[in-house]
Design a protein around this ligand. Structure first.
Ligand code: DX5
Ligand code: ZN
Length: 224
């Protein structure tokens, strides 16, 4: 699907930065304003130095009118928890390369559950570590901050990784989409888009805005 074909660029606000006491309402708000995905950041306090929320919280959103979920598992032993995150609204489940000893097997496990599979790489992890699985993956997530917290500064070296991934898929006819996560703002999103990125996660830049819906629309306009 990526053989030179233009892919629609998509916005995935991260509910990590939402007001958890009004999570359903806010997830629904961003979705109605045009967010393409609800980015679900799951942290276990081991793989990353922070704990966020688990599958029960995500599932509580199913009754709200939201966009599909893009689930980012920042956890060790993700295979043990995959089934919990599969719901009728789950489109992608993304695991970390650094957390998976048997990455190929984990990706097959995700697919076998009827959802799309993705792999994320930390800022210190080169794209080349994914060479053997790029053919099998639906999404590659490039971390542009060290995972664990919202509101951190964008690490510019991520742009080179996006370019590499875009070149590789064009060269080999691979079908994955490329996602960026961390420090995305109205000021840098166009530069990342120009590098070949397709899906843009934004947490604090969306939920920190005074008018969340207006901010989603501003982001979407920059992706047109
Ligand atoms: C970081 C998370 C991100 C984070 C992005 O570990 O994976 O999704 O919420 O937040 P901002 O956009 O504030 O950097
Ligand atoms: Zn994330």
């Amino acid at each position: 699907m990526n053989n030179g074909e233009q892919i629609m660029k998509k916005l995935a606000p991260s509910i990590l930065s939402a007001d958890f006491s009004r999570l359903g309402e806010q997830a629904s708000q961003i979705s109605q304003a045009g967010a393409d995905y609800v980015h679900v950041d799951v942290m276990d306090g081991h793989f990353v130095p922070n704990i966020s929320f688990g599958a029960a919280v995500m599932k509580s959103l199913n009754k709200w009118n939201t966009s599909p979920y893009d689930v980012h598992l920042m956890i060790e032993h993700p295979d043990d928890y995959l089934a919990d995150f599969v719901t009728e609204k789950t489109e992608y489940i993304v695991v970390h390369q650094e957390a998976c000893v048997h990455l190929h097997r984990t990706l097959q496990n995700i697919k076998s559950k009827g959802v799309k599979c993705g792999v994320a790489i930390n800022p210190a992890t080169p794209v080349s570590t994914l060479d053997c699985i790029l053919e099998d993956v639906d999404l590659v997530l490039v971390m542009s901050v060290n995972p664990g917290f919202g509101g951190q500064k964008f690490i510019p070296a991520a742009i080179e990784k996006i370019k590499q991934l875009d070149q590789q898929r064009k060269k080999n006819g691979y079908g994955y989409v490329i996602e960026i996560d961390g420090g995305i703002s109205l000021d840098n999103i166009r530069e990342v888009a120009a590098a070949g990125c397709d899906i843009f996660v934004a947490g604090s830049a969306v939920f920190g805005a005074e008018d969340i819906e207006k901010r989603v629309k501003e982001f979407k306009e920059r992706l047109e």
